[in-house]
Every structure is written in structure tokens, then in C-alpha cells.
Design a protein around this ligand. Structure first.
Ligand code: 4NP
Length: 145
């Protein structure tokens, strides 16, 4: 799960998939280096807590080209980060691993999870809903493979 800072959107996607799926190994990262080593944004921690899971122990890290070998599937939260990830890919196999997370519920539309960082709490409720629907779809698609 990859966003810009790895403190708002991708930690929620990471936590949602981790706590909903017993079989899928999940991690998250940011394309930027601003927040390396930090805990998730308090607003993401709070919304996760409201829905009964704990993301407070996650630690932000930056996406690296090694992630293409470590993971089968790489979900970008928005189109800017999708492009950034693709720019780091070395071959078509790596490019093929990358998708926008919202393509799971709106196939082929390349829609973005809005960046909630500069907004209020409502933004976090909205992205939680989109991420939960997307993660449910990911589980349906991959958990029994
Ligand atoms: P995220 O949100 O990419 O969902 O973690 C952001 C976090 C930090 C910043 C932007 C977006 N920032 O500009 O510091």
C-alpha cells in the first residue's frame, strides 16, 4: 500500500487489509521521504481505533525498488504516486504489479483516494470507507488463491 507520506492513507489501507485477512502479508510505504520513522497521523490512528483496530505501532518508510521483488502486488493510493512508482520500475513485470487501489472497486477508472492531510476529520471518514471497500474486494479476489 503506497501513498505519499505513509502516514495517512497507506497506513489505513495496510491496517485494514492486515486485520481483515489472515492470509495476505501486507506492508505500506510512502514515495516521499518526509515522514520516515514517524507513527501514522493521529487522525488515521483515531479512525482505525473507532473501527476497532490499532495502527499506532506502524512506522513510516519510503518505497524502494526492492519492494518490486518483495511484493506480488503494489497498490498506489493516487495517480501521482502511481506514476512515481512506475517510474522506479525496471521492467514490464514490475510495472504489471502496480495498480491504483480504487481500480479494485471501479475497474479501469484510475481514480484516486484524495489526500486527507490538509483537510478535517470528515476526509478521514471518507477515505476509510473507500479503503474498506477496496480491501474487501482485494480479499475476495486474492485470499483463496
Ligand atoms: P499520505 O498523506 O500520503 O496519505 O500519508 C500525506 C502526508 C503528508 C503530506 C502529504 C500527504 N505532507 O505533505 O507532508
Amino acid at each position: 500500500m503506497v501513498c505519499l507520506g505513509n502516514i495517512c492513507r497507506s497506513p489505513l489501507a495496510h491496517g485494514l487489509l492486515h486485520f481483515k485477512s489472515k492470509k495476505i502479508t501486507v506492508d505500506s510505504a510512502g514515495t516521499a521521504n518526509y515522514h520516515i520513522g514517524k507513527s501514522p497521523d493521529q487522525r488515521s490512528i483515531d479512525i482505525a481505533k473507532k473501527y476497532n483496530f490499532d495502527i499506532s505501532k506502524q512506522v513510516a518508510r519510503q518505497f524502494t525498488s526492492k519492494d518490486f521483488t518483495l511484493f506480488d502486488k503494489i497498490y498506489a493510493m493516487d495517480t501521482d504516486n502511481y506514476s512515481k512508482i512506475i517510474s522506479l520500475a525496471k521492467n514490464q513485470n514490475e510495472i504489471d504489479k502496480v495498480d491504483l487501489i480504487l481500480n479494485e472497486i471501479s475497474p479501469g477508472k484510475y481514480q484516486s483516494i484524495p489526500d486527507p492531510y490538509y483537510g478535517g476529520k470528515k476526509g478521514f471518514e471518507d477515505i476509510f470507507d473507500l479503503l474498506e471497500k477496496s480491501c474487501n474486494q482485494i480479499i475476495k479476489k486474492y485470499e483463496n488463491r
